[in-house]
Ligand binder design. Structure first.
Ligand code: HEC
Length: 122
């Protein structure tokens, strides 16, 4: 009985640990470049971002708290490399994706991924 109570207490303690503030720690210069690229490329035509007042499109999901997001577009593990590949050419990264390929170089796409991974709730 005592063993069970102790096991339960241990399980509860683990379950109550606060999550880390951000799973990613993107480079600040990359985040700044990525934010500018997102503005220039017109991602706001289809998505809402916390620091872009207009436009706040609704054709795609809101990216306001993207850092806390689960799998990208519901299927791809949310890693920097997968995110860069997806924002550059969504239909290749996720066959059948309705998001069009975007005019970004691989380097620009990783800056955009850094920006998105900085969009924490805090
Ligand atoms: C023409 C509209 C359109 C444009 C422009 C667009 N997207 Fe998307 N985006 C979508 C749609 C639709 C989806 C949902 C795709 C899916 O589920 O496969 C999506 C999905 C996403 C996702 C995954 C969201 C999630 O909930 O997992 C990210 C991240 C993303 N877009 C980023 C961008 C970025 C960055 C740009 C600019 C470089 C951009 N998008 C431009 C329409 C667009």
């Amino acid at each position: 009985m005592l063993a069970i109570a102790m096991a339960m207490a241990a399980a509860l303690t683990t379950a109550c640990k606060p999550p880390p503030p951000s799973r990613h720690d993107p480079d600040a210069a990359a985040v700044a470049r990525g934010r500018e690229l997102v503005r220039q490329t017109g991602c706001g035509a289809c998505h809402a971002f916390p620091d872009i007042a207009w436009p706040q499109g609704r054709a795609g999901p809101s990216l306001v708290t993207f850092d806390e997001h689960g799998p990208i577009a519901g299927v791809l593990p949310n890693t920097p490399a997968n995110l860069a590949a997806f924002v550059r050419d969504a239909p290749v990264a996720k066959p059948g994706s309705p998001m069009p390929a975007m005019p970004l170089s691989p380097r620009e796409a990783s800056d955009v991924a850094a920006y998105l991974h900085g969009l924490a709730d805090d």
